[in-house]
Write a protein of this length. Structure first.
Length: 348
């Protein structure tokens, strides 16, 4: 009996050892599989035009909800700043896709940078010139002799077109100066008219206690010099080998923008996680998101067409850019942008 018991116990031990080895092997396989899954995520860098804020909410929502990962992408959102030009960052390979204004993209393309637009996220211009009524600037014709501010660095082209429309020489007929990235110059009276985006600086002015009834506003859309603003563009060389990756990025981004427009508080919460502590408030970002939504999905615009590049509007922007000296030669529209990536994202 004892010999049989020893044999049985030895058998049990062998079975347990075999099971242990099997479980260990399975565990290693799972770890290996998980590692492989992680390694399959394709890295991609998105260069923002400015610091994290609701202006870029759709991308932060896509990140928060895992839309990029669902597409097999490991996206890094790179903040912008006063000394960062997205077109340069994308052209030199520091980022794969950038956010900028069409009026800034066009001259960089003319200079020979290998860039192409792949989507248009803002369908209207959000740029205003704001002034206090006491300055007497009721219309653009009243800008003569005034001190007008803009951030420059690619943001000034709509205003240059406005000046040219009224025959103003920016160096003689008025004073066109670099504006800081706060509204302090305007609030302190150092500027007669300041550049302000509907979704940001204009809201800052109102938050400072100045009522809309005490302000005059010149809207670039109303003046007929509006140019398309926030777009997505890519490095041509990178894009030629990564069209499917770019399409996946667009698909996830568009989902993020749809959600951002529909659930603005969630979008702002996602943005606030990325914003530098103390740099902004949730209330300000909510106001910004409300205005941004009107540019991404204007009244009467089909939300299913978010990101679409309107051929006529792009041509209008390019024509204005050429007419008013933003670019020296007419833009080659065949090279300036492409519908292909957006069509791939939509499965067409």
């Amino acid at each position: 009996m004892k010999r049989e018991f020893k044999k049985t116990r030895r058998g049990i031990i062998l079975v347990v050892m075999a099971l242990s080895l099997l479980l260990a092997a399975c565990s290693k396989d799972n770890e290996s599989s998980a590692g492989t899954s992680s390694e399959k995520l394709t890295p991609i860098k998105l260069q923002l035009k400015w610091v994290p804020q609701a202006q870029f909410a759709g991308y932060f929502v896509a990140m928060e909800k895992g839309y990029f990962k669902d597409e097999g992408l490991d996206v890094t959102i790179v903040p912008g700043g006063p000394d960062i030009v997205p077109e340069q960052q994308v052209s030199n390979g520091a980022a794969n896709i950038g956010i900028g204004w069409v009026a800034s993209l066009l001259p960089h393309q003319e200079q020979g940078l290998p860039l192409v637009q792949i989507a248009q996220m803002y369908q209207k211009s959000g740029l205003l010139l704001v002034s206090k009524k006491e300055k007497g600037i009721q219309t653009a014709e009243d800008l003569a002799g005034k001190k007008v501010g803009n951030w420059m660095g690619g943001n000034e082209f709509e205003l240059l077109a406005l000046f040219d429309k009224y025959g103003y020489d920016q160096n003689k007929d008025l004073s066109f100066v670099k504006q800081g990235f706060t509204m302090d110059q305007f609030l302190g009276g150092d500027l007669d008219a300041a550049s302000a985006m509907t979704y940001n600086e204009y809201q800052v002015v109102l938050e400072e206690g100045i009522s809309e009834s005490d302000l005059n506003v010149i809207d670039m859309n109303d003046e007929g010099v509006a140019m398309l603003e926030d777009n997505l563009f890519a490095n041509k060389e990178w894009l030629s080998e990564n069209k499917e990756v770019a399409a996946k990025f667009l698909r996830a981004s568009i989902k993020g923008w749809k959600d951002a427009v529909e659930n603005q508080e969630f979008a702002v919460d996602a943005v606030m996680k990325a914003a530098e502590g103390g740099s902004t408030s949730k209330d300000h970002q909510l106001k910004m998101m409300s205005e941004v939504a009107k540019l991404v999905v204007p009244e009467g615009f089909d939300a299913d067409k978010i990101g679409a590049i309107d051929d006529a509007m792009f041509k209008q922007t390019a024509d204005i850019a050429h007419e008013f000296g933003v670019i020296e030669k007419p833009a080659n529209l065949d090279d300036a942008y492409t519908h292909e990536i957006l069509e791939m994202a939509a499965g067409k």
